[in-house]
Design a binder for this molecule. Structure first.
Ligand SMILES: COc1ccc2cc(-c3cnc(C(=O)NCC(=O)O)c(O)c3)ccc2c1
Ligand SMILES: [Mn+2]
Length: 246
């Protein structure tokens, strides 16, 4: 019976995985954006959050992502107010983050294969690698990120995956809304994504999805993975090696 229950658990998970992957393929075709709620469930989600908080409270781990530019008046204007650290999941005290990463990998790889078979847009890519995980914290106090494109110049990144960790987040009180301005959406339609706990967001990394992080007034945590298309990545490396880059 133990064997039976563990198998049912596996099938249960497989069904769940299949549903999420079908949802991802369809949404990326239709909208270029996909939201998966309750991705890990409360217990595992809280375990990931605990590890992120542990890191954030460890001196020297997070660096200022702070990008500034000089305004006409000469004083500095912040472009990006988040604090970040890059991890591959094998670090100490990151086991739950490592499991999150492998769950997201499983979804992306499986959806990529499904889309190849059904000739979905996601199937145009051959996703064979990704960046490390970027753990980001917008420390509140109005920290934000101006409208930008993650991959404007074909650096190889095709999909952005962001996992949000913010328990009981209320955008009206705390701000921090992610607003995506999907290219090709009629009128001034936008995708407003609240950075709520255990939410997993996918969107095309290129110019199809300019987006901004609106000012956050409480600490706002997220873990981001960028997935590479093999060909675009190879071409980007070649350009870089031959020095033909801006
Ligand atoms: C050269 O070194 C680096 C290191 C880290 C970098 C991180 C970002 C980045 C990009 N996008 C977002 C975002 O859109 N977040 C949306 C959300 O949190 O809801 C974000 O938080 C951070 C951009 C450039 C970087 C360059
Ligand atoms: Mn971005």
């Amino acid at each position: 019976s133990l064997q039976h229950s563990s198998w049912s658990n596996v099938f249960e998970q497989r069904k769940d995985l299949d549903e999420i992957c079908q949802n991802l393929v369809q949404d990326m075709d239709a909208y270029g954006v996909c939201v998966v709620d309750n991705f890990l469930g409360e217990e595992k989600g809280k375990a990931v959050l605990g590890e992120v908080l542990g890191m954030y409270n460890t001196k020297g781990v997070f660096k200022d992502g702070q990008l500034v530019s000089r305004k006409g008046s000469g004083d500095l204007k912040t472009i990006r107010g988040d604090r970040i650290t890059w991890i591959n999941g094998t670090e100490k005290y990151c086991n739950n983050i490592k499991q999150l990463i492998s769950q997201v990998d499983a979804v992306v790889v499986r959806a990529n294969k499904m889309a190849m078979a059904s000739s979905g847009k996601l199937g145009m890519y051959n996703i064979d690698s990704r960046t490390k995980a970027m753990v980001a914290c917008y420390p509140g106090l109005g920290s934000h990120y101006v409208k930008h494109v993650d991959n404007p110049n074909r650096d190889g990144r095709c999909i952005t995956a962001i996992y949000y960790l913010n328990l009981n987040w209320n955008v009206k009180k705390s701000g921090g809304l992610l607003r995506i301005f999907p290219e090709g959406w009629l009128g001034d339609k936008v995708a407003d994504i609240e950075p709520v706990f255990d939410r997993l967001l996918f969107f095309w990394s290129d110019r199809r999805n300019p987006h901004e992080v609106q000012p956050a007034f409480d600490t706002r945590y997220a873990i981001t993975l960028w997935y590479f298309d093999a060909i675009e990545r190879k071409e980007a490396r070649q350009r870089y090696e031959t020095g033909r880059h801006s």
